[in-house]
Design a protein around this ligand. Structure first.
Ligand SMILES: NC(=O)C1=CN([C@@H]2O[C@H](COP(=O)(O)OP(=O)(O)OC[C@H]3O[C@@H](n4cnc5c(N)ncnc54)[C@H](OP(=O)(O)O)[C@@H]3O)[C@@H](O)[C@H]2O)C=CC1
Ligand SMILES: O=C1O[C@H](COP(=O)(O)O)[C@@H](O)[C@H](O)[C@H]1O
Length: 478
């Protein structure tokens, strides 16, 4: 159990309750928290989307979502009694009057506590109307506490993120606003911080004296599926780099505070973001590679001439003494040969002999978990040779532990007023500054020659060249 000694109740309004994210992540996480006994009987969830459905149909939908992730014979039916549904177009104030009635009905039936969470699992384009209508319909005037959770990407640029946030602040206090980046909920990402803090020898080498380069890799072996409309507007830069990748990079590169409390960690992370320079046009030409997989333009809701990138590889620099001249390489893409989330810290070697693999420390975040290391050792039979040998991870320890899913940690934070796995708006603004600088340069460059990589392969050739310039190469796990 990850939440608290105390069970929580209240009302969750899940906007986008029929969408991909609700089905694949949010509902299963809620079920897990329910199963662990974190919810009291006094809780209700209202799914909202434009699709017409009865409460019973929504309960069936939720059951189906659960059947995808747990054995259907083991599902606890009492979970579904807490679910209700309201069809509403979030852009229509009138529909919020119906929503208000459904909230009252669900609250009465479940005797729900007067604590309200509004989860925006909806396209960013409807965030503003949702906030306005929640306020104007009087829902936010109900007695009790009100919190809002907003999915990434938060905004479409620094400017629009500021506008969204201003509007949110007209309806909610800053401490009631949760900007969700679910990667921060990965236990194995948080583990990087704890490992650094708990092993002083690591902090001692966590700098350019010992570290030659860092690689953060998030290749995905699946396509954009049914998310064409959303994806084509965003691309890999906004979908993965602006949020997840920059947050991972911050966890790896930030200075550690003296006290590992949430506030100080967030401040150190903000300092790190501020030390990443914005990209200039020349930097982008040299250090940013984009790609598109061969069949992307045939996907549903994707224009035939789309120039949206489904792949990016970027070399970032961090302007600090700790990281001077250490390149941070990041890459992500759809329809690739690999599927994992891995952070490789490549270490300098003093070995005179040439060894194929460089010494490194690896944090495997998904789907494998754990830490492993490659060190240079004496060759057992050839006295004059050195070989690279792997150490760990300790699979036996991991086997005995249940790792909460990312969304369990995130939702648990929202329910319990914690900010452990939540970033801040100041960080989001810095993330946009960096991202916008790349986008601005792209606007001034000729359109890329897309598509430029084959489904099921490692990505565009130019991504290889990006590292070759520095005599480095990507670590692939195929
Ligand atoms: N899917 C994923 O893996 C992840 C998604 N996210 C973020 O989560 C959010 C949702 O993504 P995802 O679930 O994939 O998107 P989907 O397109 O699958 O779902 C969107 C949901 O919003 C509803 N919706 C859309 N427009 C309106 C409207 N005007 N009024 C009311 N409801 C509306 C849709 O239902 P209907 O059409 O019936 O109205 C649907 O339930 C996005 O911000 C995305 O960036 C974040 C992390 C991962
Ligand atoms: O936010 C997103 O994340 C997923 C990857 O997250 P995971 O938890 O499924 O590994 C990514 O596929 C998606 O495009 C993006 O919107």
């Amino acid at each position: 159990m990850i939440m608290t000694e105390k069970q929580v109740g209240g009302v969750i309004v899940l906007f986008g309750g029929t969408g991909d994210l609700a089905k694949s992540e949010i509902i299963p996480a809620l079920y897990q928290l329910f199963q662990e006994g974190n919810f009291s009987e006094q809780f209700a969830l209202i799914g909202v989307s434009r699709t017409e459905m009865s409460d019973q149909e929504y309960r069936d939908f939720v059951r189906e979502a659960m059947e995808n992730v747990v054995d259907k014979d083991t599902i606890d039916d009492s979970f579904f009694q807490h679910f209700f549904y309201q069809a509403a177009d979030n852009t229509e104030l009138n529909d919020f009057k119906n929503l208000s009635e459904t909230i009252q009905k669900a609250s009465n039936e479940c005797e729900a506590d007067p604590s309200y969470i509004y989860y925006y699992s909806i396209p960013p384009s409807v965030y503003d109307d949702t906030t306005k209508n929640l306020k104007e319909s009087g829902i936010l005037d109900y007695e009790g506490s009100h919190r809002v959770a907003v999915e990434k990407p938060f905004g479409e640029s620094l400017e629009s993120a500021e506008e969204y946030y201003d509007l949110l602040q007209k309806a909610f206090d800053p401490q009631e606003i949760y900007l969700v980046d679910h990667f921060l909920g990965f236990e194995s990402l948080q583990n990087i911080l704890v490992t650094r803090q708990a092993n002083p020898f690591l902090e001692a080498i966590w700098n350019s004296d010992y570290i030659e380069q860092v690689q953060i890799s998030l290749p995905e072996d699946f396509s954009i599926g049914s998310r064409g409309a959303f994806y084509d507007e965003n691309g890999a830069l906004l979908d993965m780099f602006q949020n997840h990748i920059l947050q991972i990079l911050a966890v790896v590169a930030m200075d550690l505070p003296e006290e590992m409390d949430d506030k100080e960690l967030n401040e150190k992370k903000l300092e790190l973001f501020k030390s990443i320079p914005s990209f200039k046009l020349e930097d982008v030409k040299e250090k940013v590679v984009r790609g598109q997989y061969d069949t992307y333009r045939e996907e549903d809701d994707v224009p035939e001439e789309s120039h949206t990138e489904t792949y990016i590889a970027i070399e970032l620099e961090i302007d600090s003494d700790r990281w001077s001249d250490v390149p941070f390489y990041v890459r992500t893409g759809k329809s690739l040969a690999e599927n994992h989330l891995t952070v490789d810290i490549l270490l300098k070697t003093s070995s005179k002999m040439s060894v194929d693999e460089q010494p490194r420390l690896t944090f495997s975040i998904e789907p494998q978990l754990g830490i492993s290391m490659v060190v240079h050792q004496k060759h057992p039979t050839e006295n004059e040779e050195v070989l690279a040998a792997a150490i760990g991870p300790d699979k036996e320890t991991w086997k005995t532990i249940h790792f909460p899913e990312a969304y369990e940690n995130i939702i648990s934070d929202i329910l319990t007023d914690s900010e452990r796995h939540i970033g801040t708006f100041e960080q989001v603004k810095e993330q946009w500054r960096i991202t916008d600088s790349i986008r601005k340069a792209w606007e001034d460059m000729p359109k890329p020659d897309f598509p430029n990589y084959k489904t099921g392969e490692i990505g565009p050739e130019k991504a290889e060249d990006l590292l070759k310039r520095n005599n480095h190469s990507w670590i692939y796990r195929i």
